[in-house]
Design a protein around this ligand. Structure first.
Ligand SMILES: Cc1cc2nc3c(=O)[nH]c(=O)nc-3n(C[C@H](O)[C@H](O)[C@H](O)COP(=O)(O)OP(=O)(O)OC[C@H]3O[C@@H](n4cnc5c(N)ncnc54)[C@H](O)[C@@H]3O)c2cc1C
Length: 464
């Protein structure tokens, strides 16, 4: 490296920032001085795996979608090819008892009225209302709210028990206040034709037998650890355990707490990015500050062998719809969902999620959390849940909430940032791991292009 090599910083060591650093390191091939700045003593952000009941059990994300290729590509680029898939056990919804999800759903939108009726998840009246979707006229989508669109097409019951339950659990959201355009599968259905059911039927791909999700059997934390090892090997400097305090754009470069860099990828949560940019990009900062985020608590339990009702052994877990929620929003039967999460003594691991946007759990202490989990899950399953081990993980503000017209807000943020600062991360273009990886890689490529560093001939540095 010569002393004229460009200096690039990545702020934030979650999966978005790590993916950006990897893309920068592979793309510059030693022609740049790259530093990753992370406030905590560990990298990975909200991805964390730790030992529970003798097994590597995730405290946050436990898998990622294969459909968006970025996470798979990065995993391959860092040598993680040994990925596993869920067992294929199906999910249920708790409405006074566990009821199986109907077959053939497209993110909660039914494609078969017969299987909707057969599941008994929705009342005959609710099913009849859903059928009205076939004849109702189309309406505008200017509201950009999932709840408004789904209620108008399929009625409130299908909204509550299917779409809000599914999408709400993925985003910790209240889908009445969540952007339709920001959930591509639903947006495609809303724009693809008048009837949601017919459009879902038309666009649903026949099952290929390919798994939908992938995960490292050693936990998602091993993916972020593998990226760290690779970027260190490629010469990225890791500066962890010190929070960045201020980012200032100066004369075609950028100063981070007084240290000069040619460009920065900012991969921190929106509320942090807003604070860091307060003085140098006040318009972007106030737009970033308006992005709200919801917190959840993830409680992991081990229960003795044979203590759950036999009907649970075929289920990967269940969702609790908003109309029935007290604190618990979803329960994953991790030992049924994943073959590698079965303790040798036959006990079962459960991952229980509490809280969402509008169902705040911040004030719940550990004793109350444990009591609520045991009471609510015992009620749902109709048995006494008596855990032999419990782990409580708090994720305050971990789920950015994409309010209606989020896309326009993000465009205004990106349009008002100085050329030397490029934003990435879950607050912007999707919260799923593959979307975060994609946003980090995209931000890195923008930086490379702006600095005139270009790409290797195949145009995709991360492809192994
Ligand atoms: C409980 C839970 C379950 C989930 N389940 C799934 C799932 O199954 N599948 C899926 O695809 N997605 C899932 N997600 C979503 C996904 O995990 C996240 O959206 C994604 O990991 C966010 O990555 P990120 O890098 O954008 O943000 P973060 O992980 O939040 O990383 C931001 C980083 O910035 C650092 N930072 C903050 N302030 C500063 C500062 N001042 N200076 C320097 N660094 C700073 C933070 O410490 C952090 O490391 C889940 C999320 C949670 C919370």
């Amino acid at each position: 490296m010569t002393r004229h090599d460009p200096r690039i910083a990545v702020v934030g060591g979650g999966i978005s920032g790590l993916s950006a650093a990897l893309e920068l390191a592979l793309g510059t091939e030693g022609r740049a001085d790259i530093a990753l700045l992370e406030s905590q003593e560990r990298t990975g952000g909200v991805i964390r795996t730790s030992e529970f009941a003798g097994l590597p059990v995730d405290e946050g994300a436990d898998a990622f979608l294969r459909r968006v290729p970025d996470a798979l590509e990065v995993a391959a680029a860092v040598g993680m090819r040994d990925l596993t898939a869920p067992t294929g056990a199906s999910a249920a919804v708790w409405v006074d008892r566990l009821r199986p999800l109907p077959e053939g759903l497209l993110l909660g939108v039914p494609t078969s009225v017969r299987s909707l009726v057969r599941s008994q998840l929705v009342s005959p009246r609710g099913s009849a209302r859903a059928l009205a979707d076939l004849v109702l006229p189309s309406r505008g989508l200017e509201h950009d709210s999932i709840g408004t669109w789904v209620r108008a097409r399929l009625g409130s019951e299908v909204h509550d028990r299917l779409i809000d339950a599914l999408v709400g659990s993925i985003y910790a959201a209240d889908t009445d206040r969540f952007s339709l355009a920001s959930v591509p599968q639903l947006d495609g259905l809303a724009r693809g034709g008048r009837s949601a059911i017919l459009t879902a039927l038309r666009t649903r791909r026949p099952p290929t037998g390919e798994p939908i999700f992938a995960a490292p059997p050693t936990g998602m934390g091993s993916l972020t650890d593998a990226i760290v090892s690779r970027i260190v090997e490629l010469g990225v400097t890791m500066r962890i355990g010190r929070a960045v305090d201020r980012i200032q754009a100066v004369d075609g470069s950028v100063e981070i707490d007084g240290e000069r860099f040619d460009a920065v990828v900012l991969a921190t949560p929106a509320r942090v990015s807003a604070r860091l940019l307060e003085t140098s990009a006040p318009t972007a900062a106030s737009a970033l500050a308006s992005i709200e985020a919801a917190g959840v608590i993830m409680v992991t339990l081990a229960v003795p062998a044979g203590s759950l009702p036999p009907s649970c052994s075929d289920l990967s877990g269940y969702l609790v719809p908003k109309s029935r929620q007290r604190s618990v929003t979803a329960v994953s039967f991790a030992s049924s969902k994943w073959a590698h999460l079965r303790p040798a003594d036959g006990s079962q691991i459960l991952r229980v999620s509490l809280g969402r946007d509008g169902l705040d759990m911040d004030d719940l202490d550990d004793d109350d959390t444990q009591t609520r989990v045991i009471d609510e899950v015992s009620l749902h399953l109709g048995c006494d849940v008596a855990p032999t081990a419990t782990r409580i993980t708090r994720w305050p503000g971990a789920f950015p909430q994409y309010r209606p017209h989020h896309g326009a807000l993000v465009a205004s943020i990106e349009g008002s940032l100085p050329q030397t600062i490029v934003a990435a991360g879950a607050s912007l273009h999707g919260i799923g791991v593959p979307s975060c990886v994609a946003s980090g890689r995209r931000a890195a490529r923008t930086v490379l292009e702006r600095l005139g560093l270009g790409h290797p001939p195949n145009g995709d540095p991360v492809r192994p």
